[in-house]
Design a binder for this molecule. Structure first.
Ligand SMILES: Nc1ncnc2c1ncn2[C@@H]1O[C@H](COP(=O)(O)OP(=O)(O)OP(=O)(O)O)[C@@H](O)[C@H]1O
Length: 194
């Protein structure tokens, strides 16, 4: 499944719930979500390619004027599908040509156009890293591949954890097991020594 980055911009954050419903209805899975207030430096880095455009300072002021909701969306051809649901950059064009699109419904001007979407798979990867540095971008395994992965990397540790759980009998077994698995994961990332 392809992934893309969606941002609900400050002028549409009050409509985030309704926009999320549109996203789900369109068949996307929301893999990650994070509400953040961008600093000017972060917004300038994110929109660096537009640094010489006349609308750049308005864009930076707008994007830092309130919280944004960043989401990783997953679906077959997610980049293209999300941009279709967004509608054109210009809100006037969106209202005219795609009145059901997110920008037509929730945008208020060419800058305050409600939401963002990555423009290619490459941009999506970079932009997802920007907001979610820890996210796994590898495809989610299914079927035999998933079973092999569980056999090779999960079962042994999980059985050890469940055995300890039975011995310990904690009040909240789910949280206890989650903590135990985090502390006993044999595949923890190793910190390099520089
Ligand atoms: N002509 C313009 N006047 C004012 N603001 C603009 C204009 N063109 C773009 N912007 C603002 O800059 C953002 C980035 O522009 P870009 O050309 O990358 O559009 P986009 O790819 O449709 O939008 P986004 O990158 O936010 O998904 C736009 O979403 C909009 O907020």
């Amino acid at each position: 499944m392809e992934k893309t980055l969606a941002i609900i911009k400050p002028n549409a954050i009050a409509n985030a719930e309704e926009i999320e419903k549109m996203i789900i209805k369109d068949g996307f899975t929301i893999v990650q979500r994070r509400r953040v207030l961008l600093s000017k430096e972060q917004a300038m880095e994110f929109y660096a390619e537009h640094r010489d455009k006349p609308f750049f300072s308005d864009l930076i002021n707008f994007m830092t004027s309130g919280p944004v909701l960043a989401m990783v969306l997953s679906k077959d051809r997610a980049v293209r599908a999300w941009r279709r649901l967004l509608g054109p950059t210009s809100v006037a064009a969106a209202i005219k040509k795609h009145p059901d699109s997110i920008r037509a419904r929730f945008g208020s001007s060419d800058t305050e156009n409600a939401a963002h979407g990555s423009d290619s798979a490459e941009s999506a990867e970079r932009e997802i890293r920007f907001f979610f540095p820890d996210v796994t971008l590898y495809p989610i395994l299914s079927g035999m591949e998933a079973r092999d992965f569980v056999d090779d990397y999960v079962s042994e540790t999980l059985v050890r954890g469940l055995t300890e759980l039975c011995k310990t009998k904690p009040a909240d077994p789910v949280s206890w097991l989650a903590e135990w698995l985090l502390s006993n994961n044999p595949y923890q990332p190793v910190q390099g020594v520089h």
